[in-house]
Ligand binder design. Structure first.
Ligand code: SF4
Length: 1021
């Protein structure tokens, strides 16, 4: 008999009991046989997806106790799903701790209220919670709803209550939230995307036509060169990073450019330091080098970019300002940032010879001529020789058979120039011919597990599902205005110009909102949607709150007190609210902002009159539904157990709340009841719409028979059937779809998101696994992987090709499948000109070419490129926040925030395993600065900014070097997030106390990555 050490210990540890067991017949032989039984043998296996990051790793969950009547299922084990084509059984430290998340002591189990002025939570019933919240909603809405503007435009908006929506909840929760929220008239709304990847959408949509990661996790392994800059995937997306390692095994080179030598750098071929906030200098320098050294994929650039387009007379750039700047408004008039058009007014003029002085190519070349390698070294602190090596690596891909990619995340987005950081790299990839190519692309590594999905569903102030815009009072006062202004005309002959279909998507969306009540006569209920006058992003909403103009805040699956910049001001502003509703599976600092936690949260509880409702919701393991990973895959997951205590799903909570509000309007009347009373609510149980019902609505269905235009005896779909794809959507009210880009996810053939065929169709492409938007395409713009004649640029990287009658291959063509190369249709089908934009016309507020501007808090206090325009002239900053900006003489060091492998945002501090792995708050300080300040490893330090301070342990490190920048020494301090007081780890300060409340010019994503701080030693180790 073999007895392993573990078995031996198990047997002998029983001691006396073991001998008694022998008497009872439990002799070691039987006992060992028992040990050998597979512990999961009686368990039920359920498939799910990791709810943390956007890699979307597959999970196998095992539950016990679900077979017998009255027995509750309990999840007892979670491991990686070996079938999953991305994760292949792996989980990182976050995913590996998920069992402890489900069973965290910080899970909420009962509805509670914190009454005005109280210092404790009080348990209440669901009935009381829903009734009281519904009353708050109705009273506030009736008192403050705006039906019309002074000049008579119907706007139907409600600004005095704002809402934040979850970023890891399912699409089905997200779309129900969208429906309820807009029916109430809420426009002050945001999802986590605002504080993380907002600039990605702006930058990539303005360049390529869509705002999403272009390729996929597995496809990273097809690259020959990988630049990691503005991200740290080895730590933030550990399992996705395995595909960069696979590329390296194939011979790819990896270079990391980052303020901190991180774990991605540890496995890279080369690491280069950089001053936080100077990325455009580096990338602009790359553009200059590529042009100067003729490392351009010319066939691609001439055919597939707007290099040859002629820019309007009047466009210019001088002394740091583009043409059209209005200093009084702090904004640009962007009318000169456009093409010159032919007499028809829509066809852009071009000069294929690239000789015209105002063609995009020549303007771009002149703009970046200033970004010399010497300037790059001087402003970024990156050594010139290393920079030149990166240029050479990138330049080596300007050929048919070599491809490079970029992996980035919040290191690029969280700046006042966030969108422009990304735009610069998007331009580089166009110059190199790397977009649409397997192994190429711009890989925006999304953060939260479903932040891609919730962006797709338009859970942002001015958005609607499928990247449609919410109507604006100025541009779209009427339905006719909306249709006229959102469906562009093609700007080049023969282009697909896909957004011309907007009316079909929009009318189908309105039919989803209002059902039979949406008719041609009432413009499909157009006026029941709220209209915006400006973007009510989180910074705008917080400024309104600061000025006492917000009474209610509904917070769903979000922890804004830990996530918004300038936490002390945020907490003070929360105290001005009349009511707050927090829907979350775990205890958050936001819900308990009124609790005094000493120096960590110094508040006067009794003086805070906000009523706070805390509603417990289910977590990922306790619901069915789909989430969208960074590669745009909609992956269905299944419920493994009921939520704890009295917790409910978000769908139940939203439905109960909505039905209670609707009942009040039906009984009492009130202001603008129509959008609420007319909302389509066709769910079998109105108090609990099911994920299946909602997923089918996301896809869309025929509301009448849809005839086949090619054969009137046939139908493309019969009334009531799920539509197969978005091509069937109509603008005549005969179809409905809650999100046109998701059309195809649940067809007559069933739930496509639940598919699990992991067959590799070529180049790691697994089209049978889950379902990707749009139309199951895995690499977008893939027509650009072929030359204009339809042949793959690189036969080794054949994804699709023209076979003589159609485009076909391992991926679904992102193109009109039957358009032959001779027709001259170009690959960027969402852009009306059909090509990728080196010059992005008037799409961004801060310039058609990226330009380097210093962070709002600059360690230099000047901008050597144009000293009169130091920071971005198009930045929006509120008065109260401007007064809280510091200067480099008071706060001499650059603070930059980041995340740790072992933690995810502010959730895993409630998870025992992760709390053990990283229990205590720290900051990273370079050795030179530490020596100057007399700080030893393990000492307590205080890091302060103009807005407050945190205290943490010092990690003194070689990983952050002092940099020489513009003739001075710049020190940077690394500040991990993740701590707070609702925790099973050690209590810590909110790191977001330090950064300023100022955002990216285009999207208002806050500048967390470069701000000014000071550091002092306050105690010894
Ligand atoms: S956190 Fe991301 S990488 Fe880690 S297991 Fe979850 S999905 Fe995978």
């Amino acid at each position: 008999m073999q007895v392993s050490r573990r078995q031996f210990l198990k047997v002998t540890a029983g001691g006396l009991a073991a001998s008694s067991m022998g008497v009872l017949g439990f002799l070691p032989s039987e006992a060992l046989a028992e040990v050998r039984q597979f512990r999961l043998a009686r368990a039920k296996e359920i498939r799910n997806t990791c709810p943390y990051c956007s890699v979307g790793c597959g999970l196998l969950m095992y539950s016990l106790g679900d077979g017998a009547k009255n027995a509750k299922a309990e999840i007892i084990h979670i491991e990686g799903d070996p079938d999953h084509p991305v994760s292949r059984g792996s989980l990182c430290p976050k995913g590996a701790g998920l069992l402890d998340f489900i069973h965290s002591p910080n899970r909420l189990k009962h509805p509670e209220v914190r009454e005005a002025g109280s210092n404790s939570w009080k348990r209440i019933s669901w009935h009381e919670a829903i009734e009281r919240i519904a009353r708050h909603i109705k009273d506030d809405r009736d008192a403050n709803f705006v039906t019309k503007t002074a000049d008579g435009v119907t706007v139907n908006r409600w600004l005095s209550t704002a809402m934040l929506t979850a970023s890891a909840s399912s699409n089905e929760t997200g779309i129900l939230t969208q429906k309820v929220m807009r029916s109430l008239g809420i426009v002050g709304t945001d999802a986590q995307a605002r504080v993380c990847h907002g600039p990605t959408v702006s930058a990539l949509a303005s360049t390529f036509g869509r705002g999403a990661m272009t390729n996929s996790w597995v496809d990273i392994s097809n690259a020959d060169f990988i630049l990691i800059m503005g991200g740290n995937p080895a730590e933030a997306h550990p399992v996705g990073f395995k595909w960069a390692v696979e590329a390296k095994k194939r011979g790819a080179r990896i270079v990391v450019v980052d303020p901190r030598y991180n774990r991605s750098a540890a496995v890279a071929d080369e690491y280069l330091p950089i001053r936080a906030g100077s990325d455009i200098v580096f990338l602009g320098g790359v553009i200059n080098w590529l042009v100067a050294n003729d490392k351009i994929q010319w066939e691609y650039v001439r055919a597939y970019t707007n290099a040859a387009f002629i820019v309007k007379e009047g466009f210019g750039f001088e002394d740091g300002l583009f043409s059209g700047y209005d200093a009084a408004k702090g904004q640009y008039d962007r009318s000169s940032w456009n093409y010159e058009f032919e007499a028809d007014g829509t066809t852009a003029k071009t000069d294929p010879t690239l000789q015209h002085p105002r063609c995009v190519w020549n303007l771009m070349r002149a703009h970046y001529a200033r970004y010399t390698p010497e300037l790059v070294e001087d402003l970024t602190g990156t050594p010139k020789d290393g920079f030149l090596r990166v240029c050479q690596h990138l330049g080596s891909t300007a050929v048919r058979d070599r491809v490079g990619t970029i992996l980035y995340a919040l290191g690029w987005t969280q700046h006042t120039v966030g969108a422009q950081n990304i735009r610069t790299m998007a331009m580089i990839q166009l110059l190199l011919g790397n977009i649409g190519m397997p192994g190429g692309g711009v890989n925006a590594l999304r953060g939260h597990s479903n932040i891609q999905g919730l962006s797709d569903l338009g859970l942002l102030s001015t958005s609607l599902p499928g990247y449609l815009t919410l109507p604006s009072e100025k541009a779209h006062p009427t339905f006719a205005d909306y249709i006229a202004k959102t469906a562009p005309k093609a700007q080049a002959p023969g282009q697909l110009n896909f957004w011309a279909n907007t009316p079909k998507f929009f009318v189908s969306l309105l039919k989803w909102f209002w059902g039979d009540k949406a008719t041609a006569e009432n413009n499909w209920g157009y006026d029941w949607l709220p209209k915006w006058d400006k973007m009510y992003d989180v910074l705008q909403v917080m400024d309104l709150m600061h000025n006492g103009k917000v009474n209610g805040f509904i917070v769903q699956g979000f922890n804004p007190l830990t996530s918004f910049p300038d936490a002390r001001k945020t907490a003070a502003d929360f105290a001005k609210l009349k009511y707050m509703v927090v829907i979350d599976p775990i205890a958050t600092e936001t819900a308990s902002f009124w609790q005094n936690h000493g120096e960590v949260n110094e508040v006067d509880t009794a003086s805070i009159k906000t009523e706070v409702f805390r509603l417990p919701s289910s977590c990922f393991a306790e619901e069915d539904g789909a989430i969208v990973n960074s590669s745009r895959w909609l992956q269905w997951h299944w419920k493994g157990a009921n939520p704890p205590g009295e917790a409910k799903t978000d769908q139940e909570i939203l439905a109960e709340l909505f039905m209670a509000v609707r009942a009040l309007y039906a009984k009492e009347g009130g202001t603008a009841p129509e959008p609420i009373l007319n909302l389509s609510w066709p769910y079998k149980n109105p108090l609990e719409p099911t994920p299946e019902e909602l997923a089918k609505e996301l896809n869309g269905r025929a509301l009448a028979d849809i005839p086949d235009p090619k054969d009137p005896t046939k139908f493309l779909a019969r009334k009531g059937e799920q539509i197969p794809n978005f091509a069937l959507l109509r603008d005549d009210g005969t179809t409905m779809s809650a999100c046109w880009i998701f059309a195809g996810c649940w067809t007559q053939a069933g739930n496509q998101m639940a598919r699990r065929d992991n067959t590799d169709a070529g180049l790691g492409n697994t089209p049978g696994w889950a379902w990707a938007w749009p139309a199951n395409r895995r690499i977008i713009y893939n027509r650009a992987s072929c030359d204009p004649s339809g042949k793959p640029w690189d036969p080794k990287r054949t994804l699709i090709s023209w076979n003589g009658t159609a485009w076909a291959g391992a991926d679904v063509p992102d193109f009109k499948a039957d358009s032959p190369p001779a027709d001259g249709m170009n690959p960027f089908i969402m852009n009306p000109e059909g090509v990728g934009r080196l010059f992005c016309t008037d799409k961004l507020v801060d310039g058609p070419f990226p330009e380097h501007y210093e962070p709002m808090e600059s360690p230099l206090g000047t901008n050597p490129l144009h000293p009169k325009v130091v920071s971005s002239p198009a930045v929006r900053i509120f008065k109260a926040d401007r007064e809280r900006l510091g200067t480099h003489d008071q706060f001499p060091y650059v603070g930059t925030t980041y995340r740790l492998t072992e933690h995810f945002q502010f959730w895993t501090k409630s998870v025992r395993l992760n709390a053990i792995a990283q229990p205590e708050q720290f900051v990273e300080i370079g050795e030179t600065l530490a020596a100057e300040k007399g700080i030893q490893a393990g000492d307590w330090v205080q890091v302060s900014s103009k807005r407050g301070h945190i205290k943490a342990k010092a990690v003194v490190t070689k990983r952050i070097k002092a940099l020489k920048v513009a003739g001075r020494t710049v020190h940077q301090i690394g500040i991990p997030l993740h701590w707070g007081w609702e925790t099973v780890a050690k209590k810590g300060f909110l790191s977001n106390t330090l950064p300023p409340a100022v955002g990216d010019c285009n999207t208002q994503t806050p500048e967390y990555k470069a701000f000014l701080v000071n550091v002092e030693k306050i105690g010894v180790a």
